[in-house]
Ligand binder design. Structure first.
Ligand code: ATP
Ligand code: MG
Length: 345
């Protein structure tokens, strides 16, 4: 029998068996992912929003068109975004506030359409986006489970069969027949995640909504996500907790100013993110905005409409004044007003 070397120096150099197993698993997983098919493919994706868009009164709108030089202000929340995600990968999207992370998740979940570029998604997507997204505040928790299940492609029979399991996972049994407008943020997160987890997703998308759940529910949800990961589900995850990213994700995308700045192993990207944040070189939202000038013909038409409106007002005023002073017939409303005053004591 060979003697084991138990000197302190040898013990210090001996690699930890757990660490070796962990490393072997990591390498095996990375090889499997490298050979897996691409399930999310974003090519030149951009999302543009119109800024300060509000409907005002007709006259205000017309005056704005007549005298304003700017027709629209656009803001690009995402621009020229390119990346691929392979089946079974768990990927974190990290970056400062307003960077475009949630917008990107919404594009993948197809709740928002890209303004330019193309995003191909292959597989059944289940998404937990913003808190309460896709829920109706006046419906009960149970009714909302139905609506969401149908939207996610389940049949009525499938939802009925899974209902007890969804309610049990959410631990919301006593409140499940209450309208969800009375739910707390944590309760909404519980309901949202329980539904999202119930549809056997091939691609699971989780925005930071889970962070409002209490510690026990977060723990339970991450265990569930870990199960999905082991079953080969692709996971996309937005969080500001870098510990979670390094613990949980194979890869991270650093997003800032609507673009993917870096993509790579979670530890490296988190480190780079910290360094950039400390140096103050990262900005959230994109700038500058894009401006579309008011076309001349629109201004001319609006001026014409304003001039015509002004003409009608002036003509009515003259008619009213002359009607009182030069014996012209008074407008019917004025006559009714005078009659009403005489009748009263
Ligand atoms: N519907 C919308 N209309 C106009 N602008 C929008 C809309 N949705 C998002 N934006 C803008 O797009 C930019 C990106 O927003 P997004 O929610 O994707 O950021 P984020 O990276 O998720 O930020 P956070 O970390 O704060 O959640 C922000 O400047 C935001 O104001
Ligand atoms: Mg967000």
């Amino acid at each position: 029998m060979s003697e084991q070397n138990t000197t302190p120096a040898a013990q210090m150099q001996a690699p930890d068996a757990d660490a070796l197993t962990h490393e072997a698993e990591r390498v095996e997983r990375q090889t499997a992912i490298k050979n897996a098919p691409v399930v999310i493919d974003a090519r030149g994706v951009g999302k543009r929003y119109e800024m300060h868009r509000h409907r005002s009164m007709l006259l205000q709108d017309t005056a704005k068109i007549a005298f304003s030089k700017v027709e629209k202000n656009y803001f690009w929340a995402l621009r020229d975004v390119n990346f691929q995600i392979r089946k079974g990968e768990s990927v974190a999207l990290i970056g400062p506030n307003g960077a475009g992370k949630s917008t990107l998740l919404s594009l993948i979940a197809k709740t928002v359409c890209p303004t330019e570029g193309k995003i191909d998604v292959r597989g059944r997507v289940s998404a937990l986006l913003e808190l309460g997204a896709g829920f109706h505040p006046y419906f009960t928790g149970r009714e909302n489970i139905f609506i969401n299940g149908i939207v996610m492609g389940l049949t009525r029979a499938q939802i009925e069969a899974r209902m007890p399991e969804i309610i049990a996972f959410s631990e919301l049994e006593p409140f499940i027949d209450e309208p969800i407008q009375n739910y707390s943020s944590g309760m909404l997160a519980r309901l949202g995640f329980s539904v999202a987890a119930s549809v056997d997703p091939e691609i699971l998308i989780v925005d930071e909504a889970l962070s409002v759940g209490d510690a026990a529910f977060q723990e339970k949800s991450f265990q569930k996500i870990q199960e999905f990961k082991q079953q080969g589900c692709t996971i996309l995850f937005v969080t500001h907790s870098l510990d979670l990213v390094t613990k949980f994700c194979d890869r991270a995308l650093l997003i800032a100013q609507g673009q993917v700045l870096e993509s790579g192993p979670s530890e490296e990207i988190c480190e780079s993110y910290k360094v950039r944040m400390e140096a103050g070189t990262l900005q959230g939202a994109r700038s500058p905005h894009e401006t579309v000038l008011m076309p001349f013909w629109k201004r001319a038409v609006a001026m014409g409409v304003l001039a015509a409106g002004l003409g009608v007002v002036v003509a009515t005023g003259i008619h009213f004044v002359l009607g009182n002073t030069a014996g012209m017939e008074k407008p019917a409303a004025a006559k009714r007003f005078e009659q009403g005053q005489k009748a009263s004591p």
